[in-house]
Design a protein around this ligand. Structure first.
Ligand SMILES: O=C(O)CCC(=O)C(=O)O
Ligand SMILES: [Fe+2]
Length: 359
């Protein structure tokens, strides 16, 4: 197979939700079929394109426009709202906070936003820029709704109550990342990718890309396939915790952002410089105190239970701490650290660790 030509399945979100708009037997039948296709795609590939996803174009186009302006700000401006373990992992993700393996780090910067209504983990916002905040919050909510519909569809596929996941994600402990991969040279890719191979941590990721290309997804045969953007489609993938809930029936698939395919310039040459790339990745997460354990319905003699229970917050915080400083200051999680009434300062108490930014 020419892996550059293989492509991800396309799922039609409109077909999934149609019965709530047209209550006809055909709409129900189509919806069931599409939900099953989604489930199968997550089993075999872990990634899909989602067409007609219901998130209005302006919601992410506004964010791309803000991103261009934000990342062009002077470094000391951005540094005022730099993210970190003591900042609930929200704010500007400086280029030095990169993932990848210990020798190769990513060529990227980002801005991370969580639920703005959660006083326990406040966001950090640039000054005097109310539209920035409003547009980010609008996008956050829209993605939460789509992600819920998809979780409902997946629950139904394994015969559990379709609302099973709702109480485990209703605290909206998600966050999203506006990503900026600066202009760079082709030769830079010898040592560093734009995003090293990784899996996402949570439930489902909703990804919106510009047209730069470079995203690749690891197929079950181990080969990477290109996942170029399709206009009007979001890319959705399964994260580790959802895979764990499904006892790995669903795949949390590795992906990365590499050097994009060559585009010839007007003289027929391959330019050495590559323009900047922008992307928005919305990461759905279970509530931090959700105990994630393989569903009984996904454990069989052929596929016995693979994992014990884990607090979602522990998994996410440990992965984030690793990302931020390549594991130098691995966060610790105390299992009693659950969301409690009146615990408004969880951002400071969670996790209890040396601030990796100091390292
Ligand atoms: O930039 C992209 O297309 C992918 C980013 C990504 O996978 C991530 O940030 O987790
Ligand atoms: Fe990712």
């Amino acid at each position: 197979m020419n892996t550059r030509d293989a492509s991800l399945p396309v799922i039609d979100y409109y077909k999934i939700i149609a019965p709530s708009i047209i209550d006809s037997p055909e709409a129900h039948q189509e919806s069931e079929k599409e939900k099953h296709r989604l489930f199968e795609a997550f089993i075999h590939v872990g990634f899909v394109y989602l067409a007609n996803h219901s998130i209005p174009d302006f919601a992410y186009k506004n964010l791309f426009a803000h991103a261009k302006r934000f990342f062009a700000l002077p470094e000391d401006e951005k540094a005022k709202i730099e993210t970190g373990e003591k900042k609930a992992f929200h704010g500007w993700f400086a280029p030095h906070r990169t993932s990848g393996d210990k020798t190769n780090s990513d060529q990227k910067e980002a801005f991370d936003v969580g639920d703005d209504n959660d006083p326990t983990r406040p966001n950090q916002w640039p000054e005097n820029w109310p539209e920035f905040r409003d547009d980010m919050n609008y996008f956050f909510e829209k993605c939460h709704q789509v992600h819920l519909v998809l979780l409902r569809a997946l629950a139904q596929q394994v015969g559990i109550d379709e609302d099973f996941f709702e109480p485990h994600v209703n605290a909206k402990d998600h966050f999203f990342r506006v990503l900026y991969y600066p202009e760079t040279t082709r030769s830079s890719f010898k040592n560093r990718l734009r995003a090293g191979a990784h899996t996402d941590y949570g439930t489902l990721t909703l990804l919106f890309n510009d047209n730069s290309g470079g995203l690749q997804v690891r197929h079950a045969d181990g080969q990477y396939i290109d996942a170029p953007p399709i206009p009007g489609c979001a890319i959705i993938n399964v994260g580790d915790l959802l895979a764990r809930w499904f006892n790995d029936i669903l795949r949390s698939t590795e992906h990365r952002v590499i050097e994009p395919a060559s585009k010839l310039d007007e003289n027929g040459n391959i330019p050495e410089m590559l323009p900047a790339r922008y992307a928005i990745a919305w990461f759905g997460h279970p509530n931090r105190d959700a105990l994630v354990e393989p569903l009984e319905q996904c454990c069989t003699p052929e596929n016995p239970k693979k994992y014990g229970p884990v607090y979602a917050g522990k998994h996410v915080v440990e992965r984030l701490a690793f990302l931020h400083k390549m594991g130098k200051n691995t966060a610790t999680w105390d299992d009693s650290m659950q969301r409690k009434e009146g615990n408004l300062h969880a951002a400071e108490s969670l996790p209890q660790l040396v601030d990796a930014t100091a390292g």
